[in-house]
Write a protein that binds this ligand. Structure first.
Ligand code: BES
Ligand code: MN
Ligand code: ZN
Length: 495
């Protein structure tokens, strides 16, 4: 899809479909007003007839609007003017895309004219780009007949002349993020018999080739050599060989310490011997969405050619029950030398991440962020809107929270107090791998924190935000927007 920035009168815009907004109470946006005046009140006349009130995300297509160059005018409802926020803006853009008649290949948006608190032209344009690409995303389903692609291939974004340069930059960053989101969705949506650890390794190599990253995909023998007893404990139940993927984007100063992103790559989580119930178990193919978000973020920073050093570390394997699988009661020795009593084989994410966190030390990172579909408890705590954020450094936490707000991919700061640590006490090892039902997402983070003492670290629990269930089942590509925005902010600071 191609995006271009234009200035000028909306009624003169040459496009298959011009999108203008209408607030509740049939109140026209500035562009809608301008088009209405040029068109001898054609819009207000239709509104007066009662066809549209301006309810959020409602739409109406008008044809042959007099004195308007566009073939069609699409009215989109914006809801109450006084309550208009970023969320409403995104909903309106999405509704407009979904309502485009089939033949429309080229659309013109005027919605960036709407004022939104705490948002500027750059944010509005970037969100428009991401929302349009999100709304036209099609799952690459394995069906006899390939799903038809959206006809839309050109999007014009109408802005004020003075906003042009900022808007053009925003198209660029929005596109970079959207491409990363798309990759993360695609990987998440793939079936687990295709998206194996080996497959993820191949994808990392492909990305490295496309964008000039350094890449290494370590195999089981190399992982053994590193002493990753905890990671290997999880992997041992599966016939699929584990991989440790290491990607490096080295576009910062040589002396600059890298940011490390560590992604949980469980390509299928059955629970292992502590087997999960059967209902909806298919969704555990999404247990590699942390890994997918690291690959997606690398795609985005590759596209944007971000002047920064970034390392991606992905431990990836299946969690399966078998004659060879981990058992409750087993004690594993991690790469850090700390021993872990496995009380529940379904708490496997932390077991593969702890070794990856120890591995991260060798890069002397300025910060490490791990991303994991780690706990059902996080979904209970925060639902599907915010990712859980835990950190041993408040400054880093703030950077990530801000990036989440800016990219509308939000996280919520959770406690990581020492008070919770004793829930992990074990009679038989340095720690247990579970801390009981109370505060399950917090004790999981506490477990990880024990392996992240040598650097500034944050953990994003994306169990509730990485995919959607039900009719809209599918990966969301989160938190690629948050992570990419965080890295963009860092690149800006170190320049
Ligand atoms: N991958 C799951 C977490 C998960 C559960 C994500 C549901 C999304 C939806 C993780 O490996 C897991 O099974 N966690 C257990 C931990 C428990 C055994 C302490 C959980 O949350 O039930
Ligand atoms: Mn599990
Ligand atoms: Zn899991």
């Amino acid at each position: 899809m191609e995006f271009s920035i234009k200035n000028g009168n909306p009624e003169k815009l040459r496009t298959d479909c011009l999108v203008v907004g209408v607030f509740e109470g049939r109140k026209l946006s500035d562009s809608a007003k301008q088009v209405d005046e040029a068109a001898n009140q054609a819009i207000s006349t239709v509104l007066k007839s009662g066809d549209m009130e301006g309810k959020l995300a409602s739409t109406l297509v008008l044809h042959q609007v007099p004195n308007v160059v566009a073939t069609r005018v699409l009215l989109v409802g914006l809801g109450k003017a006084a309550e208009f926020t970023e969320r409403h803006y995104r909903q309106a853009v999405r509704a407009a895309v979904k309502a485009l008649p089939k033949g429309v290949q080229n659309v013109g948006f005027t919605l960036t004219e709407l004022s939104i608190k705490k948002s500027d032209i750059q944010a509005k344009v970037a969100h428009l780009v991401e929302t349009v690409l999100g709304a036209t995303y099609i799952v690459n389903a394995i069906k006899e007949k390939k799903p038809q692609e959206h006809a839309l291939d050109k999007v014009i974004v109408q802005v004020e002349k003075a906003e042009t340069t900022a808007a053009e930059h925003a198209v660029n960053s929005g596109l970079g993020i959207a491409k990363g989101v798309r990759l993360a969705k695609d990987l998440g949506n793939l079936p687990p018999n295709i998206c194996t650890p080996t497959y993820l390794g191949e994808q990392a190599k492909k990305l490295a080739k496309d964008y000039g990253f350094k890449v290494e995909v370590l195999d089981k023998a190399q992982i053994e050599k590193l002493g990753m007893g905890s990671f290997l404990g999880v992997a041992q139940g599966s016939l699929e060989p584990p991989k440790l993927i290491v990607l490096q984007h080295l576009k910062g100063k040589k002396s600059e310490k890298p940011v490390a992103l560590v992604g949980k790559g469980i390509t299928f989580d059955t629970g292992g011997i502590s087997l999960k119930p059967g209902a909806e178990m298919d969704e555990m193919k999404y247990d590699m969405c942390g890994a997918a978000s690291v690959l997606g973020t690398f795609k985005a920073i590759g596209e944007l050619d971000l002047p920064l050093n970034v390392v991606g570390i992905i431990p990836t394997c299946d969690n399966m029950p078998s004659g060879n699988a981990l058992k409750p009661g087993d004690v594993l020795t991690s790469m850090a030398g700390l021993t872990i009593e496995v009380l529940n084989t379904d708490a496997e994410g932390r077991l593969i991440l702890c070794d990856a966190l120890t591995y991260a030390e060798r890069f002397e990172p300025s910060a490490v962020v791990d991303i994991a579909t780690l706990t059902g408890a996080c979904v209970i705590a925060l639902g599907n809107h915010a990712s859980g954020l835990f950190s041993n450094n408040d400054g880093l936490a703030k950077e990530l929270l801000d990036a989440g707000e800016k990219s509308y991919d939000r996280a919520w700061h959770m406690p990581l107090w020492d008070d919770y640590q004793s829930q992990l006490d074990s009679n038989f090892a340095d720690m247990a791998n579970i801390g009981g039902r109370a505060g399950g997402s917090i004790t999981a983070a506490c477990f990880l924190s024990r392996f992240a003492k040598k650097y500034d670290w944050a953990h994003l629990d994306i169990a509730g935000t990485a995919w959607k269930s039900g009719k809209e089942k599918g990966g969301t590509g989160r938190p690629v927007p948050l992570l990419t925005t965080f890295l963009m902010q860092r690149a800006h600071k170190t320049k």
